[in-house]
Design a protein around this ligand. Structure first.
Ligand SMILES: Nc1nc2c(ncn2[C@@H]2O[C@H](COP(=O)(O)OP(=O)(O)O)[C@@H](O)[C@H]2O)c(=O)[nH]1
Ligand SMILES: [Mg+2]
Length: 392
């Protein structure tokens, strides 16, 4: 068995450490820069007395990147599946350092910072992030990315996942290789940068950050503002069912109930009465809102049961509420709706089946029946999703 094939069982099947640091560089058509990047990284480690290697994950470059990287002293691994994440996953799999330092192959990051990243890891951090935001050199980052894309996406990421990281998309970062199984990274595109930060937050890794410089790029950028921005945003949304579904759904439903009550009880608001159209809007909001909340709960259940995600909020909900609670709640709401509808029909018959003008009450009854039925069956669906857990 070669040294490379040896695995350390205590290290969850990962290959043993052969170096202190693996610098992993993803590379797609970077012949202008790759040689300088590899040389800079190797020299920085040599100067600091760090025992390290440089792994270039070549993403099927059509230029001389791979050849130049090898000549400069890097170990090149090829990853034919395009994408920033794909390239990194291949590079990580090949890395043999105790620590991994990540950086682009475009000379935007200074590999002379490697010793600082190593120091943070030595001091106990498990993920170390660079923070470019106060040291962006002229021409290094387009205006739209500097003032819109990065702050907005970092802001949403921190609002959703409370990681407290200043520059969540910084490409220069470092981590302990042995946290990779816990991070369980999967994404293939640029959203890989967000995935790592979010997963690190969810796993409660010790994260530290420090300011670094961001230089103008040599060669052509591989980042597409809109499609990569959307990939990041989409990733954030689908990994936070609370913010995608539960919170907006609850707000809509709450607002709907309020609007319905104002109309139904003929409450005088802003100097006028709110009538039939307001009731229709209130019912619509309530129905749509509860539907979205139900979808959110199912999304939480899917994450917890099928994706093995830690979800303390969902755990608390699950401890507090059982299937029967949902069935009773849905059943009661729908029954009240049916009774109101029956009273309207009964009165209509008693009045000789003539003219009927109970529109608002009828809409309220319909709303209650729809919401009740929805709660009833959504409770069953949640329970079905949970079957898997009980079986295992
Ligand atoms: N966007 C992109 N970058 C890749 C890919 N494969 C490797 N890379 C490398 O990932 C790094 C980041 O890309 P870059 O254009 O610098 O994006 P930016 O730093 O976000 O502006 C560079 O070193 C690329 O060469 C890929 O398929 N797509
Ligand atoms: Mg770059």
């Amino acid at each position: 068995m070669s040294l490379l094939e040896q695995t350390d069982t205590a290290n969850r099947g990962m290959p043993v450490d052969e170096f202190t640091v693996s610098v992993v560089i993803p590379c797609l058509n970077e012949e202008e820069n790759i040689e300088a990047c590899v040389t800079q990284a190797l020299e920085a480690m040599e100067r600091a007395g760090i025992d390290g290697e440089v792994v270039v994950a070549d993403n099927a470059s059509e230029d001389r990147s791979a050849e130049l990287a090898t000549a400069a002293g890097a170990r090149v691994v090829s990853e034919p599946r395009r994408g920033y994440g794909s390239a990194y996953l291949a590079g990580f799999a090949a890395a043999r350092g105790k620590y991994i330092v990540m950086g682009d192959a475009d000379l935007t990051y200074d590999f002379n910072e490697i010793p600082k990243f190593v120091k943070h890891l030595d001091d106990g951090a498990e993920l170390v992030m660079g923070d470019r935001m106060d040291n962006i050199q002229p021409g290094a980052m387009p205006w739209l990315h500097r003032y819109v894309g990065n702050p907005v996406l970092s802001g949403i990421l921190n609002f959703f996942f409370k990681t407290g990281i200043s520059d969540a998309h910084c490409g220069m970062r470092a981590l302990r290789r042995d946290v990779l199984p816990r991070l369980d990274l999967r994404t293939t595109g640029m959203e890989f940068a967000s995935e790592m930060v979010i997963r690190a937050g969810k796993e409660n890794l010790r994260i530290s950050e420090f300011p670094i410089d961001y230089h103008p790029r040599g060669g052509e950028s591989k980042l597409n503002t809109w499609s990569d921005g959307w990939r990041h945003l989409r990733f954030l949304l689908v990994h936070s069912p609370t913010h995608l579904f539960v919170a907006p759904g609850a707000i809509l439903a709450g607002l709907g109930l309020l609007v319905s009550l104002i109309s139904l009880l003929q409450i005088d608001l802003f100097g006028r009465e709110w009538q039939l159209h307001t009731m229709i809007a209130g019912a619509l909001l309530t129905i749509v809102g509860t539907q979205i909340v139900a979808l959110g709960l199912c999304a939480h259940a899917y994450g917890a049961y099928f994706m093995g995600e830690k979800d303390p909020w969902f755990d608390r909900m699950r401890d507090r509420f059982r299937l029967e609670h949902g069935l009773v709640l849905g059943g009661v709401i729908a029954t009240v709706g049916f009774i109101v509808a029956a009273v309207i029909v009964g009165q209509w018959i008693a009045d000789g089946a003539g003219q009927l003008s109970e529109e608002r009450t009828a809409i309220a009854a319909t709303m209650l029946i729809i919401v009740g039925v929805q709660v009833f069956f959504s409770s069953f669906l949640l329970s079905i999703l949970g079957l898997r857990r009980r079986d295992s």
